[in-house]
Design a protein around this ligand. Structure first.
Ligand SMILES: C[S@@+](CC[C@H](N)C(=O)[O-])C[C@H]1O[C@@H](n2cnc3c(N)ncnc32)[C@H](O)[C@@H]1O
Ligand SMILES: *[C@@H]1O[C@H](CO)[C@@H](O)[C@H](O)[C@H]1NC(C)=O
Length: 337
């Protein structure tokens, strides 16, 4: 079950409770927990509490938290004996603590401290962007395209891939895990993202094929730092692409906990995209490709922006739709001048 499966960018802000009120209420609800000590009972209890407080995905949230405290990823995968067995006071207290965070609208991914992306378990730390299910589709597309090319016969090297705005390392590390000969350069301007990508690379034993570089793509000449590692065969990015005016529409989970730098793409969501496309021809090999995740309004905006920049020699060659049918992924290719 994918939390936020389809509704990520359209979740509207719900009512926001007063922090103090939430806390005192949560603490007083503690006493009513005495007697409610089985996992199943706790899930029902917290589901009701979350529903009353207007917390989205009430049942999923309480199931994930209770399962986590009992050492499992999902409630369904818990051993049935654990559903009815009484919990220890320590476990009860831990569940209480984690559920209190959910009452403050903290995303479940941050509460649990880890989340799966394409079967890889990644550490999650606020405010580093939580990988979304649609980005798994972007990675899938890149893997399909990579599989269609053959790399120099006999060469032990696979493709060199650049991930711009690596966040937790989700895209970079899932590509590495699927492409055993590839190497990845991952860049991000945020220190928190850089250090989380390092940690996740270590966790997955992929640190030997990834180079993680702090870099702001909007800074003049920043790409020059990458030249010694290039040219790269593929560039991939899930950049900040939300239209600035849409930012305030985002759910409280996102607005209060995730770094706005990971989300806000400026007036038409194109600020970082334009910088990525401007530096791409300098870094890509002669026929290299870029894959981008964007807003559904971007395929047209990017097409006309590229037409206004003929000296970049980049063409939008394909657009893909996400699982909701919205045009969300772009394949842009470099052509020889
Ligand atoms: C939408 S998040 C994507 C994170 C990760 N790739 C994923 O898909 O889960 C965008 C990332 O771009 C980074 N970023 C934003 N502006 C940047 C810039 N000017 N230069 C480099 N990275 C930037 C943010 O820090 C954030 O980690
Ligand atoms: C350049 O990169 C593309 C993938 O984008 C790859 O198919 C091609 O073989 C590479 N060309 C060279 C000369 O390495």
């Amino acid at each position: 079950m994918a939390l936020w499966g389809q509704s990520l960018w359209v979740l509207l802000s719900g009512p926001r409770g007063k922090r103090g009120a939430i806390w005192s209420w949560a603490l007083s609800s503690c006493s009513s927990l005495i007697g409610l000590v089985s996992a199943t009972g706790l899930v029902s209890h917290w589901t009701e509490v979350f529903k009353k407080r207007g917390i989205p995905e009430a049942r999923e949230s309480s199931e994930y938290i209770v399962a986590h405290v009992l050492g499992s990823k999902t409630f369904q995968s818990l051993k049935p004996v654990l559903w009815t067995q009484p919990l220890t006071p320590k476990q009860l207290q831990y569940i209480q603590e984690l559920c209190s965070r959910r009452l403050q609208r903290m995303p479940v991914q941050y509460i649990l401290g880890e989340w799966d992306f394409r079967g890889l378990s990644l550490k999650m730390v606020p405010p580093v962007f939580i990988p979304r299910p649609e980005t798994e589709e972007l990675v899938e597309w890149v893997l399909e395209e990579v599989a269609q090319r053959s790399y120099a016969v006999g060469a032990q090297d696979g493709p060199l891939i650049l991930d711009v705005g690596c966040g937790s390392g989700a895209i970079a590390l899932s590509l590495l895990s699927q492409l055993p000969k590839s190497q990845v350069i991952a860049v991000d301007k945020e220190e928190a993202a850089i250090s989380l990508t390092h940690e996740n690379a270590q966790r997955l034993q992929l640190q030997d094929r990834i180079r993680i570089i702090p870099l702001d793509v909007t800074l003049e000449g920043s790409w020059a730092h990458l030249l010694p590692w290039g040219p790269v065969d593929w560039m991939v990015s899930n950049p900040p692409y939300i239209f600035h005016k849409d930012m305030e529409q985002l759910a409280p989970e996102i607005l209060s906990y995730e770094d706005p730098v990971a989300l806000d793409g400026g007036k038409e969501g194109m600020d970082i995209i334009a910088h990525i496309l401007t530096l791409a021809p300098k870094l890509l090999n002669a026929s290299g490709s870029i894959f981008l995740e964007v807003d559904p309004r971007h395929p047209e905006l990017v097409r006309s922006w590229l037409q206004s920049q003929p000296n970049l020699h980049l063409n939008l060659v394909a657009v893909r739709r996400d699982f909701c049918g919205r045009p969300r992924f772009l394949h842009i290719q470099k052509s020889s001048p």
